[in-house]
Design a protein around this ligand. Sequence first.
Ligand code: IFP
Ligand code: MG
Length: 218
Amino acid sequence: MSFVKNSLSLYFIMGSQDCPHQDPVRVLEQAINGGITCFQYREKNSGLHMHQTVLLGKKLRRLCREHGIPFLVNDRVDLALILEADGVHIGQEDLPASEVRKIIGPDRILGVSAETPAEAEQAMLDGADYIGVGPMYSTLSKKDAGEPIGPDAIQQIRRQIGSDFPIVGIGGITPERTPQVMEAGADGVAVISAISKSGEPSEAARRFRQYLSGSTKL
Ligand SMILES: C=C1C=NC(C(F)(F)F)=NC1=N
Ligand SMILES: [Mg+2]
């Protein structure tokens, strides 16, 4: 558990749809240089065929392995196995977490999306290693995101599942908003466009790290 908890502080999520003008491999390289601690490969309505998805996934997987960054895959358990990912992240509408745990085995990381204490509790019972709670704020990265639930949702979930279970906040998080999410009880922040669309992914990641360490002049 502590490995997962420590790795969640700056969790970058990206697919080719999030890098309209740059090579996703370069974006990830820069984000790693800027200090991300975990990566999730998430191809969503990107138009890539599965062969291209596998090819790009292998390049991203290699980068993460070279830098000791956990590499997870969104939704697609088959793709996660093909890419020898460290784990997989699934939402409430994806394959049941209890079934996914059987497929990936006990040693890979299983992340589950949760918006309510009940969903969080169920994810824990199903064997999740962490939960992603959001959307914290309005987001352009997820077409079917629900209404923003804000950092308070993390506080409510904390009351239900206790202080040890790893939680990462997601949805519209910028460096400036990071302290609110962490103060609500998150172990980290998950970020897509604030890094992938920043033009300077390494600088953006560095700014998140400053706010995470509380070292910015507020
Ligand atoms: C929909 C999602 C919700 N949360 C997360 C994570 F941040 F990894 F927990 N990833 C997703 N793809
Ligand atoms: Mg999903």
